[in-house]
Write a protein that binds this ligand. Structure first.
Ligand code: HMG
Length: 444
């Protein structure tokens, strides 16, 4: 059975913080730290009337409308988030409630839930939907899967420059228009304390360690994928979308992944004249010397035309949107997939039947790797995205305005602030109900 993503919609927060132009001068940092070092230009942030529910519902509404799907056609609504505001009632119930305000019919018979495992939950919900359809329990209906987060850090935390806010809504169904999922899956999962939010809104982060943990779990997932029937040869994949907390992280992960995937292949043989063969652990008496050897090999590998061309073709295009929005946590790898396909559409690449290798990651920590095959309807799907218009219409914050909106979204602060933008044809947060629930309205 051919199952995968039938349609996708992205919704960005309506505000933006210019990192080199506004954030760097206020922090007394060189703008190059953000644009060249981290690879980020802008953080997307939510206006006062936006949150994880409005962004998820707005992305979902556009998706259902343009795919001509009614509530009765949806058998499952799963939300992935690490920004939930309720320990009992899942965000998916709020999203369903919003959608029922504008669609005929209801989601009474749709199974709803919420998934948590930092950023990798955005891929786990896809996996759950895939398994549900494949198990024959969907009764011909599709799953609505949404990854939504406001990825905010405490002010002055090193992670502050990587903030972002947005949602990605996806329909998972048989005979999908966009991509189908392969069966092979690789997992690398270890109990880690690199990034966590123990009953607190903003994360406790050991930033440098989190980068090492990301790379270690990705390596384990890639090994697991290869051992279990996954083909990892670099020529197999047209695009390799990674979880992108910031593009600089992906630059590091891609080099390690490429090195691993060319081992014992003709690519390694061809490169041997230029940079030698990869060091093998058995050739070294001590592990440190092996690590030094492999690091030097990787540094040289990154300078080769073979690597540069592979990176430019398969990874760089996936970073186009992340640079303009920052980290969306659970949605980040889905933004990367979309950016890669959008770039391919705009540059007229023929991708039908071609493969993607999707590398997801969540702190705490787990990486997941699987392959996808691009479907014949992909161009029509991607042509209908309106992400460029959304990015262009964002309100550009001053640093003082950024501080004010950060306070508005800080659960420990009570700050009243007039919104910077005017909502039209969208769901907005509308205050609190008598039991402390959040309330939402659709604004014409
Ligand atoms: P930092 O310590 O402020 O930055 O924070 P830095 O000094 O390490 O500089 C960053 C890079 O910019 C470095 O490059 C510098 O050399 C370079 P690198 O050496 O790493 O290649 N640089 C410059 N380049 C050009 N011109 C300049 C310049 N100045 C410096 N003038 C850190 C960096 C990542 C620690 C911080 O942003 C952070 O804590 N981020 C949050 C944690 C994070 O994103 N971790 C990533 C892996 S974990 C993950 O992805 C999971 C996550 O999404 C959460 C989840 O799963 O839920 C975060």
């Amino acid at each position: 059975m051919n199952v995968g993503i039938d349609g996708i919609e992205i919704r960005t927060g309506r505000l933006k913080l210019d990192l080199p132009g506004t954030f760097a001068p206020a922090k007394g940092e060189d703008p190059g730290k953000y644009t060249k070092g981290l690879g980020l230009h802008v953080s997307a942030l939510p206006d006062a009337y936006e949150d994880i529910v409005t962004m998820a519902a707005n992305a979902s509404r556009r998706l259902l409308e343009r795919k001509n799907v009614s509530p009765a056609d949806i058998g499952r609504i799963d939300v992935a988030t690490e920004s939930a505001f309720d320990n009992s009632k899942p965000v998916s119930t709020y999203v369903a409630g919003c959608l029922e305000q504008v669609f005929d019919g209801d989601f009474t018979h749709a199974n709803k839930g919420e998934r948590k495992f930092a950023c990798v939950s955005g891929t786990q919900v896809l996996d759950d939907a895939f398994n549900w359809v494949r198990a024959g329990r969907s009764r011909g209906r599709a799953a609505l899967v949404v990854a939504t987060d406001t990825a905010l850090y405490a002010r002055d935390d090193p992670g502050e420059a990587t903030q972002g806010a947005g949602a990605v809504a996806m329909l998972v169904d048989r005979d999908p228009d966009l991509v189908s999922f392969g069966d092979a899956q690789g997992i690398g999962s270890v109990d880690e304390t690199d990034f966590l939010k123990p009953n607190q809104q903003f994360p406790s982060v050991d930033g440098k360690r989190s980068m090492q943990v990301y790379l270690a779990r990705m390596r384990e997932a890639l090994q697991d994928f290869a051992r279990n029937g996954g083909d990892i040869h670099p020529d197999t994949f047209s695009l390799v979308p990674f979880h992108t907390p910031f593009p600089g992280m992906v630059r590091k992960a891609a080099a390690l992944g490429f090195r691993h995937s060319i081992r014992d292949t003709s690519v390694e043989d061809r490169l041997a004249d230029q940079i030698g063969r990869q060091p093998r652990p058995e050739a070294f008496d001590d592990h440190e010397a092996y690590l030094d050897g492999i690091k030097s090999y990787t540094d040289e590998l990154r300078q080769t035309t073979t690597y540069e061309e592979w990176y430019e073709r398969t990874v760089e295009p996936t970073l186009d949107i992340a640079r303009e929005v920052g980290n969306w946590y659970s949605g980040s790898v889905h933004v990367a997939r979309t950016a890669g396909l959008k770039h391919a559409f705009e540059t007229d690449r023929a991708l039908t039947g071609k493969n993607l290798l999707v590398a997801s990651y969540g702190s705490g920590a787990q990486a997941e790797i699987h392959a996808e095959t691009v479907q014949p309807g992909w161009r029509d799907e991607i042509a209908q995205l309106n992400i460029d218009e959304q990015l262009d219409r964002r309100y550009d914050l001053t640093f003082e305005e950024y501080e004010a909106i950060h306070d508005v979204h800080n659960h420990d602060e009570t700050t009243d602030l007039e919104p910077f933008t005017t909502p039209t044809e969208e769901f907005v947060f509308d205050g609190w109900g008598r039991m402390g629930e959040r309330k939402y309205t659709y604004v014409e």
